[in-house]
Design a protein around this ligand. Structure first.
Ligand code: FES
Ligand code: FES
Length: 155
């Protein structure tokens, strides 16, 4: 049985339908057509589905949509402003940190939360923050370079 839930996604009220078991990732992708968050594993391991919930990174594949009423959800679609890429997104492109791109939305979201909390992270701190985001294409060096460069550019 489903019921209507009213979510706040990227600053807008977004009604959806969810059962007690419907994940936020399912609602985002299948109902709201926000397909930036990816389903890599579906059980909390890869980080490809990461979104911000009240500013904190969260696995949307493990989050029940019905529990998100009253919380502020930000997806990768909400990161750019007026079509302009966010600083971290630009930096990822400039540093060659995007290969297949499947992990990139989750990494950008995780990096945004990191820089919000710690605007000057060390490379070790960046690596630590990314521990739950799997990239199977890169060796992470370019990704850490990109987040580091975004941090420098925002000072
Ligand atoms: S799809 Fe959510 S952690 Fe992999
Ligand atoms: S760029 Fe392909 S998985 Fe990270």
């Amino acid at each position: 049985m489903t019921k209507e839930v009213l979510l706040s996604v990227n600053g807008e009220p977004r009604p959806a339908r969810a059962s007690a078991a419907t994940t936020l990732l399912h609602v985002l992708r299948e109902q709201l057509h926000l397909t930036g968050a990816k389903c890599g594993c579906g059980y909390g391991v890869c980080g490809a589905c990461t979104v911000l919930i009240d500013g904190k990174p969260a696995r949307s594949c493990l989050t029940l949509a019905a529990m998100c009423e009253g919380q502020s959800i930000t997806t990768i679609e909400g990161v750019s402003v007026n079509g302009e890429l966010d600083l971290i997104q630009k930096s990822m492109l400039e540093c060659g940190a995007v290969q297949c791109g499947f992990c990139t939305p989750g990494i950008v979201i995780t990096a945004k939360a990191l820089l919000q909390e710690n605007p000057k992270p060390t490379r070790e701190e960046i690596r630590g923050a990314l521990a739950g985001n799997i990239c199977r294409c890169s060796g992470y060096v370019a990704i850490v370079d990109a987040i580091s460069a975004a941090s420098e550019a925002s000072r």
